[in-house]
Design a protein around this ligand. Structure first.
Ligand code: AMP
Length: 377
């Protein structure tokens, strides 16, 4: 099958790498003018002039990037099967719509307010703090990713400055969640409605950018895993979703999960599945959208994904280590840029953590790898 992908970054590239053995071939449609996928055929077309040509080259269309012009995506869906559908994309592009969906499905979230001015932002800060929040997080309703378009506010006097810095006309303000860790669940739903769930991963962010994901987690009870599965299953069914969906959650000290946000695509916190699960998230996404049976989502070994950010580091030393898999995206070094990732697998958690600590010393500016699932944390 010829697969069209909206977006042309590393997620699309890795999707294609897993699709070649299934005899899939790929055409990417880039709307940013800055494509990086270096496999298959890429049409870079920020003005949407070549959409018909793109559509004539593909059987079905998916996406690897959610900040796409919705009108363009609707046009695509009117001409070719599009998975996941327009509704899922629309919800995930808008934090307000996303939170409303969580509310409708009774999926718990941090308390929040919607505001449209600096004074309203200050008022919402006071209100949420009176209800017990130590701080609040203001986020743009649209276009935010990797911590961009956000500000943590500790007192309502900081609201005017935060409003100015974010520079949007409508914000969502959330209570700052005093979580013990961030986790994510990735699930996949097929065209016939079959669903499979990957085990929860523990995620570490620095300045909004994911640095480490570790899975499976030895300290997640069956009940917490099943709770996360129930939440994402409800989302998948309510959106009649086809493909891989990611739900990011905060885990509180009492084990409770609060939904943060979702992504209608393969996700950085699922890269560990390339080397640590029977079927990777990329292959399962492709299976799902083509109406093929889903592959097992079982973890095969304790695995940690380590992002390579900004600077490459010592690749040769990394490759000398047992259990290390290097995935580079072919990008030039630039501060804050995701250049690639490492998946490291081990027989057990202590040896995995030891390897992760060693690997972090080969990567410039890698944060100290500290995991909640490590009892010595
Ligand atoms: P987001 O773009 O919503 O995923 O936010 C990026 C990161 O900011 C998250 O991964 C968290 O580390 C942090 N964050 C976002 N919202 C909250 C919140 N309500 N409470 C605490 N931390 C948050």
């Amino acid at each position: 099958m010829k697969i069209g992908v909206l977006g042309a970054g590393q997620l699309g590239q890795m999707m294609a790498l897993s699709g070649y053995p299934l005899s899939n071939r790929f055409t990417f449609f880039d709307t940013t003018g800055n494509p990086s996928a270096d496999i298959g055929h890429t049409i870079s077309d920020p003005n949407g002039q070549q959409l018909s040509s793109f559509l004539s080259q593909v059987d079905i269309v998916t996406y690897e990037f959610e900040h796409l012009p919705i009108e363009l995506v609707k046009q695509v869906a009117s001409k070719k099967p599009l998975y996941p559908g327009v509704e899922a994309l629309g919800v995930c592009q808008n934090r307000e719509a996303e939170k409303s969906l969580f509310d409708r499905l009774h999926i718990p979230v941090a308390q929040y307010r919607i505001v449209e001015s600096a004074p309203e932002l200050a008022e919402a800060c006071d209100e949420l703090m009176q209800q017990g929040a130590k701080a609040v997080v203001a986020k743009s309703i649209t276009e935010g990713y990797d911590g961009k378009g956000q500000a943590v506010i500790r007192a309502s006097e900081e609201a005017a400055d935060a409003w100015q810095r974010i520079g949007h006309s409508r914000l969502i303000v959330e209570s700052f969640v005093d979580f013990v860790r961030e986790v994510s669940i990735i699930a996949v739903r097929s065209r016939s409605g079959d669903v499979a769930f990957y085990p929860l991963a523990e995620n570490h962010h620095v300045e909004g950018i994911l640095r480490y994901s570790l899975a499976p987690l030895p300290d997640i009870t069956e009940a917490v895993q099943q709770q996360a599965e129930r939440y994402i299953h409800q989302l998948l069914d309510s959106l009649d979703y086809v493909g891989v969906l990611t739900l990011e959650l905060f885990q509180c000290a009492d084990g409770r999960l609060l939904a943060n946000e979702m992504a209608p695509r393969v996700h950085n916190s699922g890269h560990w599945t390339q080397n640590g699960a029977v079927t990777s998230q990329f292959e399962n996404h492709l299976r799902a959208i083509q109406g093929l049976p889903l592959g097992s989502t079982k973890a095969t070994a304790p695995t940690c994904m380590i992002n390579i950010i900004g600077k490459m580091g010592d690749a040769e030393s990394l490759l000398r280590l047992d259990g290390v898999h290097l995935h580079l995206y072919g990008k030039d070094e630039r501060p804050g840029r995701k250049l690639g990732h490492i998946n490291v697998v081990a027989d057990d958690l202590p040896s995995l953590l030891e390897k992760v600590r060693l690997i972090s010393t080969f990567l410039p500016q890698a944060p100290e790898p500290l995991f909640y699932c490590d009892s010595s944390y």
